[in-house]
Design a protein around this ligand. Sequence first.
Ligand SMILES: NC(=O)c1ccc[n+]([C@@H]2O[C@H](COP(=O)([O-])OP(=O)(O)OC[C@H]3O[C@@H](n4cnc5c(N)ncnc54)[C@H](OP(=O)(O)O)[C@@H]3O)[C@@H](O)[C@H]2O)c1
Length: 243
Amino acid sequence: MNYYYITGTSRGLGKALAEHFLNAAPNNCVIGISRSQGLEHKNYTHYAVDLGDPEMVREFHFPPHHDARQIVLINNAGVIGMIRPAGKTSAGAIINNYNVNLIAPALLTNSFMKAYAESNVKKIILNISSGAAKNPIEGWANYCSAKAGIDMLSRVIAEEQKNAGAYPFRILSVEPGVVDTQMQEEIRSASPEDFRRLNDFINYKIENQLAHPAIIAKKYAYILEHMDHFNDVLVSVKNIAEQ
Ligand SMILES: NC(=O)c1ccc[n+]([C@@H]2O[C@H](COP(=O)([O-])OP(=O)(O)OC[C@H]3O[C@@H](n4cnc5c(N)ncnc54)[C@H](OP(=O)(O)O)[C@@H]3O)[C@@H](O)[C@H]2O)c1
């Protein structure tokens, strides 16, 4: 069996990823983690977890899979959070942003690696990054810095795994480009005073530049199936042809 742990499966890219793997092969099992459940399938198990609550994330445990051929963790759940310049944001919004975008992936990655350290199967962690990890976008300080943190977390773990004994993990941090999801709707509803690039994002939608989540999910699946093609930890789906 192939086991895919995916956060944020209730909608958007995470749901498209889950649907892709569930439809791709009968021996694929998806374990989804988000507050609400958006999927029903015989090979789908849902865990209702608020990733903004680190104590709840700590309590999530990865069980043994003795019949596994491959075990994958996709840290996909994310929030754009409050779009405002620093100095105008609320403390709660800042804390939730880092909890969901950085602390939860770091905790889940750590417990995934603890659980399967001795497992002699293919073990892959895919972190969903963003162009915002590399480019400062005004009004997005917490989102940009959390995604930059995800990139560096992935790079450090990849270095560690080069000397990690018999059963190393592979890890990549992959940016999806702009995707037509609720997150983009939230970005378009930001206030023009707080978000100078608002019109750029409105135009992405008007000009049909937002990719369908299913198209991007297929590109992530291609990456997972061709891990040997990727030497760099940081990857952009822009460099992957449509599948
Ligand atoms: N859309 C884009 O253009 C774009 C561009 C670059 C990067 N990304 C990244 O792509 C990933 C997916 O984003 P998306 O566009 O698909 O967003 P989305 O449509 O808003 O979906 C976000 C998912 O994350 C989950 N989530 C949010 N807060 C959560 C919480 N507190 N606890 C548990 N789950 C939570 C949501 O589930 P619940 O609400 O049910 O909990 C939902 O399933 C994110 O990491 C995002 O940063 C997106």
